[in-house]
Design a protein around this ligand. Sequence first.
Ligand code: PRX
Length: 662
Amino acid sequence: MDEQTRGEHNIEVEVDLDEFRVFPPSAEFASRANVGPEIYAEAAADPVAWWAEKARSLTWETPFTRTLEWDPPFATWFDDGTLNASVSCVDRHVAAGRGDTVAFHWVGEPEGDRVDITYTDLLERVSRAAHALESMGVASGDRVAVYMPMIPEAVVALLACARIGAVHSVTFGGFTAEALAERILDAGAEFVITADGGFKGGKAAALKPQVDEALLTCPAVRNVLVVRRTGADVEWVEGRDVWWHEIMETQPATHVPVAFPAEHPLFLMYTSGTTGKPKGILHTTGGYLTHVATTFEIGFDLKPDDVFWTAADIGWITGHSYIVYGPLANGVTQVLYEGTPDGGGRDRWWRIIEELGVTVLYTAPTVIRTFMKWGEQHPGGHDLRCLRILGSVGEPINPDAWVWYRSIIGGGRCPVVDTWWQTETGGWMVMPLPGLTASKPGAAMAAFPGISIDVVDDNGVSVANGHGGSLVITAPWPGMLRGIWGDPERYRQTYWSEFEGRYFPGDAAKRDEDGDIWLLGRVDDEMYVAGHRLSTAEIEGAIVGHPAVAEAAVVGVSDEETGQAVVAFVTLRQAGEVAQKHAAQLVEDIRAHVASVVTPAALPRQVILTPDLPKTRSGKIMRRLLRDVAEHRAMGDVTTLNDPGVVSMIDGLMVAHETDDS
Ligand code: PRX
């Protein structure tokens, strides 16, 4: 039996996987695919022209005549064209007679809480919200901070900002008041859109109190627009706070959109950086919209009767690109779900999929691993034959999870599409195409058409097949970030200085013997915990903020459930005086402190108190060695260490710690 058929027939086998298996799309799936293999060569022949043709399928007020202007590392795309993003996402579908198409089947977490919103409804809501923002004084170019649950108003808020040229900056609702304040201040936002709270994990999780707390340090904020969702009591600041439902009622139901230049800023999205200060990633209008609309259409092999479900939060780039802009630009029907995967039972997702006939599900490996842990009986009790494609995003997907996803959720029929990209890239960059690619579990496979990537060694030289190195992007692309808000030098330094003329995303990658791409995780000091991108520096900053702590080094270590987990090595100010019984309490204090200052996702799995940390002679902490210790690997090179003995000492502490735990 050849490898491909072996793959097709082996779908029930979950254990003993070997990564050499290949899963081609079925003949039936491939025969219905929208694009053929020639797409790669067509795009590669002239990628700039290829993207320009894709861009023309958006609605332009003034058609562009220029495509790419490239003054490394600054690019503009379609810059003499003008358009309004909300028109391409909403108005044009209504104008084309598709106003009755459902844009969102919204599902609240409490059972039975459901609303269907058509494109006509969406247009009216966006129009009213655009008027409301204008009446509050929001103007083109103003930054609007958004801190919301997964409710339709979140989508409306983003599109209303886009409609009037305001720049939205969404902070994930799970972040603390402090994180929110930092982002509001950095963006210089004078307006905030939020809600009293949202339903998550079986309870009403409050949002407005965090906004109130954040705004104590953000005096420039003029208005807070508040959606009533949970009905919880909220503090109210007269003159500043405005109820969403009250202001919307008084606004006209139609709004005449104005077109903006293609390079007009569309949004900021903050990601953590290695120095701890979050970076405001800037995306603009025409290029971004072209990238997300095109990738969504081709990457998910879009069909007219599809029902898409990107099960991500709007507070992440995935929500921006593949709930709001990419799908809406294509006029499709989606599911928008408010709650957690076990909100209302561990089979909640599978019930939603069955009831609403979801055809494409897009989620993260950490969620898939949680479902694996919960057991097959939950999806097993539901008819999931409506599904046709399964997507994955956010971190490398381990082959076990990939195969489980394909066989248990996808019934062995659905191609798994692993999409590699980042907040900074705007949209998908490396992925299989579901109707074309014979995929390998765990591999992101190949660059999307029109995207140029390479894997290079430390000298920037392409590695041969079978070797690893750093992933780089070798040509500008339409959805690329246009900069870091307020810090062009950091933009140049972070992404364009490592390899001359090429974009360095910070990911390690391998090119296998067939030339297919596998992502291997971050090469820098960032980590991924349950889908959250965290920086070591941010967590270390929080730990050293604790009065008893002298120094801290944080590493991300692999964790079966969350992908990576935080392990912190901490030295104390008065180490000698901390008795054993206080040490346990202190460790708990430090853990709680991190969760409250950074985010609950950053809660360290382990805190190891140690008298010293491994450092180079110049004083730089060698996290690489700590990671080896934490993962019980053979120690890497220790020759640059100031005091080589310190690592074996920490290793001993780690073993003692784990023996205590068990
Ligand atoms: O390390 C890569 C990892 O997530 C990083 C980007 O994180 P963020 O900007 O938060 O965006 C997440 C959603 C796109 C990347 O640098 N990553 C994302 N998707 C994958 C991945 N790593 C491996 N495989 C993926 N499919």
